[in-house]
Ligand binder design. Structure first.
Ligand code: GLY
Length: 319
């Protein structure tokens, strides 16, 4: 039993500038509400894994973020969802890749924690949802559909969709200009165990069959020492094996802040484009990004904080 107490950090993606303060305030409010709900569950004795599942489901339900309901559409106009979950206590990874018509892909990943086959792709994930009697769910919002239709009008000139859903006129603060969305949750529970989860609709506009980092250890990883969830360009996260890279560094004795600093210095040198959130077993919370913004918020047990207004470019921080 540890006296450290629960710690929580969540993210809603990383990308370009959020525009004016109106957009920032709305996103901050939504992230604080969700991080508060997760913290409450942890304080009531919820396990790190259960708290991560709760947090991912709340973020999957929020249409602003690119996961679950409100996910971006792929090149063929369909939404395909990927989620990864890693329990640091059992050191077990599970996930679904390109699942269709499910409300909470993280719930499928959670179910798979106890199964012999722990990572399922599209057809297998659909069959599992049917086996579990989950009702079919349409995750496409009008706004995401309009974004895709607009891209089609312009013959798909953008390589990716926007990370944060926003009206075309930028009425919520120009947030549509931000890109590279995913959601993620990392928790240290009262018993001192860690877990991480990540969920995404992918990059948006990608070719059918493209596989995200979120349901790979590159994007979601945890052990008894540290837990990490990543966001950003999946291909860059995979190339860096980012979540594993940070966790192994901490396991081998580097402090969490130093592990993030070293990993993001390497990212800058290698021209990578991503962000990450992390917690270690001693209760340190840390984050890093190479992009303009990282939409992360945390609860230390005494204070709420966020990374919404960091300077653009590579930054790491901790508390
Ligand atoms: N990081 C989410 C993706 O690239 O799919």
């Amino acid at each position: 039993m540890t006296a450290i107490g629960p710690k929580v950090i969540i993210h809603g993606g990383a990308g370009r500038s959020l525009g004016h303060r109106g957009g920032v305030a709305a996103i901050r409010q939504e992230l604080y509400t969700i991080v508060g709900q997760i913290y409450q569950r942890a304080q009531a004795g919820g396990t790190a894994r259960d708290c991560v599942i709760l947090g991912c489901e709340l973020l999957e339900d929020a249409p602003r973020f690119n996961a679950g309901y409100g996910s971006v559409l792929q090149s063929d106009g369909q939404v395909r969802l990927s989620a990864g979950l890693m329990d640091g206590q059992t050191q077990r990874f599970s996930g679904v890749i390109n699942a269709s018509r499910v409300q909470h892909p993280i719930a499928l990943a959670a179910y798979l924690q106890a199964q012999p086959d722990r990572v399922l792709s599209d057809l297998g994930a659909m069959e599992l949802a049917r086996e579990l009697r989950l009702p079919p769910f349409d995750p496409i919002t009008d706004q995401r559909l309009q974004e895709w239709l607009q891209e089609r009008t312009h013959n798909f000139q953008n390589a990716m969709a926007g990370v944060v859903a926003a009206p075309p006129d930028g009425a919520d603060g120009g947030a549509a200009s931000a890109r590279r969305g995913t959601i993620g949750v990392v928790v240290l529970d009262q018993a001192g165990y860690l877990a991480a989860g990540t969920s995404t609709g992918g990059k948006g506009l990608e070719r059918v069959g493209r596989v995200s980092d979120s349901a790979m250890p590159a994007g979601t990883y945890a052990n008894p020492y540290a837990a990490v969830s990543c966001t950003g360009i999946g291909e860059d996260i995979i190339d860096a094996a980012l979540a594993v890279r940070v966790v192994v560094r901490v396991t081998d004795g580097l402090g969490l802040a130093a592990a993030l600093t070293k990993s993001f210095a390497e990212a800058t040198a290698n021209g990578r484009d991503f962000g990450a959130i992390a917690i270690d077993h001693q209760g340190a919370i840390a984050w890093g990004k190479t992009s303009d913004v990282l939409l992360a918020a945390y609860h230390t047990g005494t204070t709420l904080g966020d990374t919404l207004e960091l300077p653009p470019g590579t930054q790491t921080g901790h508390c």
